[in-house]
Design a protein around this ligand. Structure first.
Ligand SMILES: [Fe+2]
Length: 338
């Protein structure tokens, strides 16, 4: 184990430190609503985003594009719709050399391409922060052999989180703290026609009493405050129309209508399957990087490998898209609990 690092100065972006004012409760229970899908109205040739001088290179053929030569802050509304479409197609986009971190809360919120949310709520800023006092994900989870925690954010409501913006304010001085992504559509494609047929009718119970939430507030409170919903195990992507293997290892741990051993055994296989290097990529943050990804077709994991006590400060905005739909409605059946 490396010696504990000491932070030598305060955070570069103190206004973005996470706070929980007295009486604050996060909005987790969101009733179903008509979600906005900006990617669906974008021009497929993306003339406003992929102008001359803009370079988009594949991170791998199956997932991820790295984009240079364009400022998100200067895109038109049409250009932002095209960002949502490209994110749906490529799973995850990494925009380099952005001024996004420095344009302020209001413009960050306004520039976000997916503004759909139910009345009375709003897209929220989520701060992921680690330092000497706050600790890091390893502190939260306790001793383990490894700390992969593959998941899709906040899938416990009928509307599913969509095009997510995640931008870096400060990275650990000694490196590390990458974010990993895996394509749930490529993972689905790799399965045999016979197994795909087995999965098509199935649905999963998603609950806010996730592994991370239980570690944060304790089992009793997490269960008491739990919000749950049922999504098809294979969803149809609302923009691309592609099937997506919509598993979520930390949030969805029960196949509806199955006995525990049956459900556990299928989910164990699927959770191992989506981690494959065949479908995944790992993004290294640089100052000025903004990552945009589509939560319907991509799962992600933090890589909390940076030294204890070092500061890592990242912010994201998660909007809600449309209500999940089964990829194969004719085969899909919502089964009753056993
Ligand atoms: Fe997450």
């Amino acid at each position: 184990m490396l010696p504990k690092a000491k932070s030598t100065s305060g955070p570069l972006y103190p206004a973005y430190l996470p706070t929980r004012p007295d009486g604050f409760t996060a909005t987790i229970d969101v009733p179903p609503f008509e979600g906005d899908e900006p990617g669906a109205r974008a021009d497929p040739s993306k003339p406003n985003l992929l102008k001359s001088g803009v370079q988009a290179t594949n991170v791998t053929p199956r997932i991820g594009s790295e984009i240079r030569g364009v400022q998100l802050s200067e895109l038109t509304k049409e250009g932002l719709d095209e960002v949502a479409l490209l994110a749906a197609e490529r799973g995850v986009l990494i925009f380099r050399d952005q001024d996004f971190a420095d344009i302020g809360f209001d413009r960050q919120r306004d520039l976000h391409p997916t503004m759909g949310y139910p009345e009375g709520t709003g897209p929220e800023f989520h701060v992921v922060y680690a330092d000497e006092k706050a600790g890091n994900l390893r502190t939260l989870l306790g001793q383990r052999t490894s700390y992969d925690l593959w998941h899709v954010d906040q899938t416990f409501t009928s509307n599913v989180p969509s095009t997510t913006f995640f931008w870096v304010l400060e990275m650990p001085e000694s490196g590390g703290g990458d974010t990993a992504f895996t394509s749930l559509s490529a993972a689905y494609e790799a399965l045999s026609p016979t197994f795909k047929h087995v999965l098509a009718p199935l649905s999963l119970l998603h609950t806010s009493a996730s592994v991370g939430e239980v570690a944060r507030v304790g089992t009793e409170r997490a269960l008491k405050e739990a919000v749950s919903t049922i999504h098809p195990l294979v969803i149809r992507h609302p923009v691309t129309g592609k099937p997506s293997l919509f598993v979520n290892p930390t949030i969805a741990r029960k196949i509806e209508g199955m006995l525990p051993e049956e459900s556990d055994s299928i989910l164990k296989f699927l959770h191992e399957h989506i981690r494959s290097l065949d479908f995944s990529c790992r993004l290294k943050w640089e100052k000025g990087s903004v990552v945009v990804w589509d939560q319907r077709s991509v799962a992600h994991s933090a890589v909390p490998d940076f030294r204890d006590g070092e500061r890592r400060h990242v912010v994201r905005i998660i909007p809600y898209g449309s209500v999940s739909q089964p990829a194969f409605p004719d085969l899909y059946s919502k089964t009753d609990e056993v």
